[in-house]
Design a protein around this ligand. Structure first.
Ligand code: 2BA
Length: 109
């Protein structure tokens, strides 16, 4: 068994969870926040059998879009100078960042 953890943009979440449910994959949605943009995103946990991993990855890829986002300048005043960005820059976010983790055991009580 594997645990797929997919970090996706909020805008893609409903489409993706609907597509997963259509194929009878169960998922749990966590409200998360990216460390760089400091904006909300969504992390989905999807527990699947090993043979289902590729299919779930296909569904994630089909339902998550890449988007460009501008990062506004952040003043270092009162903030962390390490994260100071002097002028707006464009970053490409997504479609999805996915981790596939081995599961030692799974219990459903
Ligand atoms: P954020 O950390 O808010 O990053 C949003 C986007 O900003 C990233 O898109 C990337 O294009 C850019 N970015 C991130 N760190 C950067 C840096 N140090 N310099 C320049 N640009 C940077 P994605 O790569 O698609 O990531 C989307 C979200 O997925 C991330 O949001 C984060 O929440 C998560 N993520 C990505 N890689 C991860 C990793 N290795 N471990 C844990 N979470 C990750």
């Amino acid at each position: 068994m594997k645990l797929i953890m997919a970090i996706v943009q909020d805008k893609d979440t409903n489409r993706l969870t609907d597509a997963l449910a259509e194929h009878d994959y169960k998922s749990t949605k966590l409200a998360t926040r990216g460390g760089f943009l400091k904006e909300g995103n969504t992390t989905l946990m999807i527990g699947v059998d090993d043979g289902q991993v590729d299919h779930v990855l296909e569904i994630i890829e089909e339902n998550c879009s890449k988007r460009d986002q501008m990062v506004a300048p952040i003043s270092p005043m009162g903030g962390n100078a390490d994260s100071y960005i002097p002028k707006p820059v464009k970053v490409e976010v997504g479609g999805a960042n996915v981790f596939v983790l081995p599961v030692e055991s799974f219990f459903h009580f």
